[in-house]
Write a protein that binds this ligand. Structure first.
Ligand code: TRP
Ligand code: ZN
Length: 882
């Protein structure tokens, strides 16, 4: 809690720790109301720091005692200043013993040690360990942990911590204990403990070198029938990291615990991952295909952290993308290997463009490696994670897969056991391949999404094609002037048959690059001109293939050229992208018609090109589904100078309805072809067919005929798994009909005891664009299942309303903004991390008309001016108003 503005931490102020902690022994006497923690730190003074005091961090912990080498510490040797404990006059090597008292059952922030569903669990990243005991809570202090847990045996039969179990047994008074030892030195943010009444699913894994590993997933007993998929995903991830990166697991046991109350997705604590139950629990009837895929990728993500994050960790929190960008890149590649690579790439790019690009254009814009922060929890962002992954991907594109692998090998070998920087990572890539990435490093320091303006010019007389490329990056807060970046641009040019024309640059030897039709151009200057020779006819360029850099590419294609690329581009990503660009153009045209008060008409050529995709027998169903999904409202908003939420919504609905009506027979044929896909088949092929069947159903309902509604309602009642059920329910959600209400009611009755399924029910209603949305959201807050202390529920209702219901959230009277401000303030005193994420929905008020701007600013001011606001919420709200 703060009264004055909290202080800002700067990367440039980094100083190595004065004291090292070689070992920690922690004893917990677990009691939900009063937990006693005894900590013994083996301290060593770093060279050249004689006389400097020891500083320990602590937050909401009561200090009971302090002793050095067995003797109570003299009161004059220490003092507490706010959240810092300073100790002077310590010998260069000593053991410091600290006893503290904490109150886990009052911890609603879900950081440190807390209680969820009656069980103890911890969340220490980024700075939660200081809520457990006084400690140098920074990632460059790595220590070997031994942890003793003591608790009531009946209430807490399972006692877990990091590493290997070395002792356990019963005590008097119904107590029992367990002792865990983690041989790998780790930063405090990777510490974890879990205690409770949990059931466990077990399996085994034999590593490539023959080490036997016990795999255990702990859940509440009634969820034991929802763990198979998570276990299968874990085993796949372990094998994949061996095969693709040569990384083996290093302890005797790997544990995952699912908890219902969790601020984020999951946490990679060494040997003891704690997961939001959303990313563990799945059964065919409770989880959709998307849920199954998300679980597999989050399990993989946390597993991959064992090397990219735990064995090699971050020197300080400015380096967060060192572990997160790299690990997202690794989990993206893993998922791509389990499914259709292009589909995975399309999904990732959509996510980046609809969530990270807006962040990069907002008052909260920051580089992949930020220079400063008030609250580090606010920097677990799309930029650090997703743009960070794109930066790693570009390195792979520049070095080639093989060079990149050599760089990774060197990185793991050179820095194992260390806390390092993103610069160390790039240096390993350079040293392994003898490439110079000095200009490339700017990607880590420069915020904002670069724009590349491209133009082509064909010289028929000399058979030359000139490609002109100009890059620029818009100003962002604190960074008015940008330098040119090193950008890999994958490209090809196509002849009129859609074949790739071999590319040879002017002056290049006949062999160099002349064979292949695709090449990677490297942009380093603000302007480049590439002249290709022996180009027999005026070509159509296919640029930024596979989205080879996180930029906005502008090229003035004609509608015909876009339709041509949609049909012929050999790069599946760009084939999809051409369709998206075409749809954006059509939709923005409709927005202008709406604004001018003119009647709307669907573009015939666009509808015809969609029809061709629908009937293309060679396209994978998942790719057809991607191609025929219209760009989302937030992505469309990004393409406008001043966002017109209502016109965007109307234009998109109009085009959806037109495609539904005009291609009705095609949709019906597709639906009938794929509706019977084996509901138990979780392979990528079956998922793709279900996705397309669901899309078809949505278009049939959007067409507005009763036939579509009847079909969707029948599908809902006969659904054989959650994917079918949700596709039907979603199709009905924006349709004011009896079927909708009947289906929602039946869904609630059936699933009211399954929190993860009930979240879906809350979200669907919160995002529905039917009139009266805000009233419905407010009524749902009185639903017995609603609980402001549960982050999943908050995100499902309040989060979905603010981020997935633009028309109602941005209601002209400001009611959506006022509602959000109220909820942010109510939540801030319970859980600042979750509250801060909600505030971001108000950040970009400058993009809206004056009336909305004014009301959004009012809501932000109301938040900032509240007394006793958390650092988390203060930072976002105040930066937004700057
Ligand atoms: N390191 C986690 C991940 O990305 C992120 C995380 C989990 C987290 N819980 C958190 C970050 C709480 C901040 C606060 O895998
Ligand atoms: Zn992560």
């Amino acid at each position: 809690m703060k009264d004055a503005a909290p202080r800002t931490i700067h990367l440039k102020d980094y100083a190595a720790p004065v004291w090292r902690v070689s070992a920690v022994a922690l004893d917990f006497h677990l009691d939900p109301a009063q937990t006693r923690v005894r900590s013994r730190l083996s301290l060593e003074r770093a060279g050249g720091s004689a006389g400097q005091p020891l500083m320990l961090n602590g937050q909401d912990v009561k200090l009971l005692s302090l002793a050095v080498d067995g003797r109570p510490l003299d009161a004059r040797a220490w003092r507490i200043e706010g959240e810092q404990l300073w100790i002077q006059g310590l010998p260069d090597r000593c053991e410091l013993e600290i006893q503290t008292l904490i109150h886990p059952d009052q911890n609603t922030a879900l950081e440190g040690l807390y209680v969820s569903g009656g069980n103890f669990c911890t969340q220490c990243e980024a700075e939660g360990f200081r809520r457990i005991t006084w400690f140098p809570d920074r990632p460059d202090v790595m220590a070997e942990y031994t942890v003793r847990l003591e608790a009531d045996r009946a209430a807490f039969p399972v006692l877990l911590s990091n590493g290997n179990l070395i002792d356990s047994g019963d005590l008097s008074d119904g107590l029992h204990y367990a002792v865990w030892h983690d041989p790998y030195p780790k930063p405090s943010y990777l510490f974890a403990l879990v205690a409770g009444d949990l059931a466990c699913q077990e399996d085994r894994f034999t590593t490539a070198s023959g080490r036997e590993v016990d795999l255990r997933i702990y859940v509440q007993r009634h969820n034991l029938d929802k763990c198979d998929h998570a276990m299968g995903s874990l085993i796949k991830s372990m094998r994949w990291d061996e095969q693709v990166f040569g990384r083996e697991y290093d302890l005797d046991v790997y544990m995952i615990v699912a908890v219902d109350d969790f601020n984020m997705g999951a946490m990679e604590n060494k040997g003891l991952n704690v997961f939001n139950s959303k990313y563990v629990l799945a059964r065919q009837d409770t989880a959709t295909d998307e849920d199954f895929v998300a679980i597999e990728s989050v399990i993989a993500h946390e597993y991959f952290h064992n090397w990219s994050g735990n064995r090699i960790t971050c020197r300080d929190w400015f380096q967060l993308s060192l572990k997160e960008g790299l690990t997202v890149f690794r989990d993206q590649e893993f998922t791509a290997d389990q499914s259709l690579r292009a589909v995975k790439r399309i999904d990732d790019v959509q996510r980046l463009r609809s969530l990270q690009f807006p962040e990069d254009a907002s008052p909260m814009a920051h580089p992949v490696r930020p220079q400063s922060y008030m609250e580090i929890n606010n920097f677990y962002t799309m930029t650090v994670y997703e743009k960070g992954a794109e930066v790693v991907r570009m390195i792979q594109t520049l070095l080639g897969r093989e060079g990149f692998r050599r760089g990774m090998d060197l990185y793991f070998e050179r820095h194992d056991g260390q806390a390092v920087t993103t610069d160390d990572f790039v240096r390993a890539m350079e040293d392994a391949t003898a490439r110079d990435l000095s200009q490339f490093r700017r990607w880590y320091d420069q915020a904002g999404t670069p724009v590349i303006e491209a133009a082509g010019d064909y010289d028929a007389a000399n058979h030359r094609y000139r490609l002109t490329l100009r890059q620029s990056t818009p100003a962002t807060p604190g960074q008015p002037d940008k330098l040119p970046l090193h950008i890999p641009l994958a490209m090809a040019v196509l002849d009129s048959q859609g074949r790739e024309i071999p590319l040879r640059l002017e002056g290049e030897a006949k062999t160099a690059g002349g064979q292949s039709g695709e090449r990677v151009l490297e942009l380093t200057a603000p302007d480049h001109v590439f002249v290709f020779e022996n180009v027999p006819e005026a070509p159509v360029p296919s640029l930024l293939r596979n989205f080879s850099a996180p930029v906005k590419l502008r090229f003035a294609y004609t509608d015909e050229q876009l339709a041509f690329l949609m049909a012929h581009d050999g790069d599946d990503f760009n084939r999809w992208e051409a369709g998206q660009q075409y749809a954006v153009r059509i939709l923005l045209g409709l927005v202008r018609e709406i604004q001018a008060g003119r009647a709307l008409e669907a573009d015939e050529r666009f509808v015809a090109s969609a029809a061709r995709v629908l009937r293309d027998p060679d396209l994978d169903p998942a790719l057809v589904a991607e191609a025929l999904s219209l760009p989302g409202e937030s992505y469309l908003a990004e393409q406008m100078d001043a966002v017109d939420v209502d016109a965007i919504h109307e234009a998109r609905n109009f085009l959806r309805r037109s495609l539904g009506e005009q291609l009705a027979d095609g949709w019906r044929a597709i639906y009938d072809r794929y509706r019977d896909t084996d509901p138990a088949d979780l392979g990528a092929g079956a998922m793709g067919r279900r996705r397309l069947a669901g899309l078809a159903l949505g278009y049939l309902v959007a067409a507005g005929r009763s036939e579509g509604r009847a079909l969707a309602y029948a599908r809902f009642r006969e659904a054989r798994n959650m994917t079918e059920s949700m596709a039907a329910l979603r199709a009905l959600m924006d349709c004011p009909c009896e079927e909708r209400e009947a289906a929602l009611g039946a869904f609630e009755t059936r699933w009211k005891e399954e929190p993860l399924v009930l979240d879906k029910w809350f979200s669907l209603q919160a995002a529905s664009s039917l009139p009266g949305a805000l009233d419905r959201v407010k009524r749902l807050m009185d639903h017995p299942g609603f609980n402001l202390r549960n982050p999943n529920r908050v995100r499902a209702l309040i989060g979905a309303f603010a981020s997935a219901n633009p028309v109602h959230f941005h209601a002209l009277d400001g009611s959506g903004y006022d509602y959000l401000a109220e909820q942010v303030l109510a939540l801030d005193s319970l859980n600042p991390q979750v509250a801060a994420r909600l505030v971001k929905a108000l950040s970009r008020f400058k993009r809206y008309d004056n009336a909305r701007q004014k009301r959004m600013k009012q809501a932000l001011k109301r938040i900032v001016e509240t007394h006793g606001l958390s650092r988390d919420v203060y930072e976002i709200a105040s930066r937004s108003l700057e």
